[in-house]
Write a protein that binds this ligand. Structure first.
Ligand SMILES: Nc1ncnc2c1ncn2[C@@H]1O[C@H](COP(=O)(O)OP(=O)(O)OP(=O)(O)O)[C@@H](O)[C@H]1O
Length: 274
């Protein structure tokens, strides 16, 4: 018997397809993130989301965030499994957009007030400033923050106003090794804050992302019976990996294990072939 128990879904994609001007970008995507409970651990879910450049990862993210409506299919989020609406899913984009004319503190407060009453919002902001090591920079404007500080601020901002689900678009690109380590800690921290927190990481950094993940999705093209590539990328069932079941879900030093290295090579090969 599996040592894991599965609770309710926190994200469901059902029959999601997207075309632009007759060009099929995404086709029939069915995928689900369940709240997996691991023995001795209270942790949310981290999904690594891979695919070759230009295949449709950003389009699918915007669909999952409710920012664009798919041509077909539905996205449901949260334990209530409500159709996604803009603003409920956090989306940290590559440039970490913040309001330039507001201090770091005020940027976070604006986000928190979208979800909380004024007193609770102020309290939440203090908690996040502390947790993300930003308290001493609270009065600075975004232009005066370092890249890593801006990124932490953008993640805190999206967490403050979203309902548990947060998408990180290429979070590791352009960071030095120390900042990557720091961000990995923050992602683990985010998921341990609440069992329902779900982080989807869109990344070309397979090694770093796989080490943090307990689930992987690989977006790729499928071939029909005649060997021809079908139009539109999809996440095939065999490309939805449950790392918890494989013993490779995030734990201290998972990257040092030989099975982890072999699995990362396998994933890279699958991406090359897709
Ligand atoms: N609004 C749009 N109108 C027409 N085509 C679009 C639109 N948005 C995206 N596309 C097309 O959809 C395809 C997928 O783009 P997307 O940005 O999702 O790729 P990606 O997998 O995120 O790539 P990368 O890893 O390089 O960021 C591309 O061919 C792109 O040109």
């Amino acid at each position: 018997m599996s040592p894991y128990s599965y609770k309710e879904p926190v994200l469901t994609l059902e029959g999601v397809s997207m075309s632009y001007h007759g060009e099929v970008i995404l086709r029939d995507i069915d995928a689900q993130v369940l709240d997996v409970v691991r023995p001795g651990m209270s942790q949310g879910q981290v999904v690594g989301f891979y695919g070759r450049s230009g295949i449709g990862k950003s389009v699918l993210c915007r669909i999952m965030a409710g920012l664009i409506t798919p041509s077909q299919g539905t996205v449901r989020v949260g334990v209530e499994q409500q159709p996604v609406v803009p603003g409920t899913v956090g989306f940290v984009q590559q440039r970490y957009p913040l309001f330039d004319h507001r201090t770091l503190h005020d940027n976070l407060l604006v986000a928190a007030q979208r979800k909380h009453a004024p007193a609770a919002a102020r309290e939440q902001v203090e908690t996040y400033l502390e947790r993300f090591c930003l308290t001493q920079h609270r009065k600075k404007y975004p232009a005066h923050l370092s890249g890593g500080q801006r990124q932490r601020a953008a993640i805190a901002q999206q967490l403050l106003c979203s309902d548990h689900l947060i998408l990180l678009d290429e979070p590791f690109s352009g960071l030095d090794v120390a900042m990557i380590d720091e961000l990995k800690k923050i992602i683990v921290e985010v998921t341990t804050m609440d069992e329902l927190n779900t982080v989807i990481i869109i990344s070309h950094d397979i090694q770093t992302t796989t080490a943090l993940a307990d689930r992987l999705w690989l977006l790729g093209y499928e071939r029909d019976a005649a060997g021809q590539l079908s139009p539109g990328a999809t996440i095939a069932k065999e490309h939805q990996y449950n790392l918890a079941e494989m013993g490779l879900a995030w734990h201290e030093n998972v990257e040092a294990e030989p099975e982890f290295g072999q699995f990362v090579e396998h994933i890279k090969e699958e991406i090359r072939r897709s």
